[in-house]
Design a protein around this ligand. Structure first.
Ligand code: GDP
Ligand code: MG
Length: 308
């Protein structure tokens, strides 16, 4: 029998139906300035190096940010409770920080989402180097208000450690492993990491990124919460320090939260998407998952309405 080719219109219709036919797909946007390591992170979480087939293009230091050849979606499959699920990472290709008066970065991320026919992202990963910008924080706040799960990911933790080893000892040796030099200065380095963590927590707090979550929890419970402590917990759970090379990504010294980030995406987030309601409301991370779940149910409801 001859195989019939779908017309462009038919393909578009099927693309529109995708979320209904294949609900087991997680759409995660990866956002951040050019050069922060978005592509490297996408490769590391998929357990690939930049040289592997199907890996995202990683720019070497001197190359300019020409994205014409870059693919923007990278997916991989995992199995959770015998259900196969596709994790789709959407590289927004370094739009952040580029000057474009025609289109602000929030609108740009939304246009990427619309072009891919995604109802709403399941999560957005903000990758940064150094410090989060006020624009990134305000975009994150808008997505938190839309019930989207946010991850703040400081990449290049290896460089952070190298800089601090230099400050502590006056010298860093490239002839020796970072791991060894980390272990020799572990106590001081952990203090540097704590200090950096506090600075990021305060920055996110000052920009009121998660205030709406705390307010909605306060409104929906009769218990009196210490909202300041609670908010700090939610913020702390949203911060990750990682190194995005395949060899280091899961090394807890050099990439403190790589394992946690991968586990939360592949276990908890996937679990929440696959209908888990046994979540403790008073655990800040779980609360974030409940919101994802609610949002997912609501979006499906609307989809069904549209069909009728
Ligand atoms: N030291 C260090 N370099 C990194 C890390 N992640 C990425 N890079 C480098 O940063 C540069 C930009 O990375 P790329 O993934 O292309 O960034 P993108 O523009 O955000 O996609 C490349 O030279 C990477 O090798 C990291 O964790 N540590
Ligand atoms: Mg890239």
């Amino acid at each position: 029998m001859e195989k019939t080719k779908l017309t462009y219109e038919e393909e578009q219709v099927i693309k529109n139906l995708d979320p209904i036919i294949f609900p087991n797909c997680l759409n995660i946007a990866v956002v951040g300035k050019t050069g922060v390591g978005k592509s490297s992170f996408i490769n590391a979480i998929r357990n690939l190096t930049c040289k592997d087939q199907n890996a995202a293009d990683v720019k070497s230091g001197s190359e300019s940010c020409d994205h014409k050849e870059e693919r923007s979606e990278f997916s991989y499959r995992i199995t959770n409770s015998n259900v196969e699920i596709e994790i789709n990472l959407i590289d927004t290709m370094g739009h952040m920080g580029n000057i474009n008066p025609q289109c602000d970065n929030f609108s740009f991320i939304e246009s990427v989402k619309n072009a891919l026919k995604i109802v709403e992202f399941d999560a957005i990963i903000f990758i940064y180097e150094g410090r989060l910008t006020s624009e990134e924080l305000s975009i994150a706040k808008r997505y938190v208000e839309k019930n989207v799960l946010i991850f703040f990911v400081m990449n290049k933790m290896n460089n952070f450690l190298i800089d601090n080893i230099r400050q502590i000892t006056g010298n860093y040796s490239y002839n020796r492993s970072l791991n060894d030099q980390y272990n020799e200065n572990k106590k001081e380095l952990n203090q540097c990491v704590e200090k950096e963590m506090d600075a990021v927590i305060n920055l996110i707090d000052r920009n009121m990124v998660f205030n709406c979550i705390v307010e909605s929890i306060q409104a929906s419970t009769s218990l009196i919460l210490n909202s300041d402590d609670y908010k700090k917990k939610i913020i702390k759970n949203s911060i990750y320090f990682i190194t995005s090379t395949k060899e280091d990504f899961l090394n807890e010294c050099i990439s403190k939260d790589g394992f946690r980030l991968k586990t939360e995406i592949e276990q908890y987030l996937v679990h929440a998407k696959l209908n888990n309601f046994n979540i403790d409301l008073f655990d800040p991370f779980s609360e974030r998952l409940i919101r994802i779940k609610k949002k997912y149910l609501i979006s499906n409801l609307f989809k069904d309405t549209k069909k009728i």
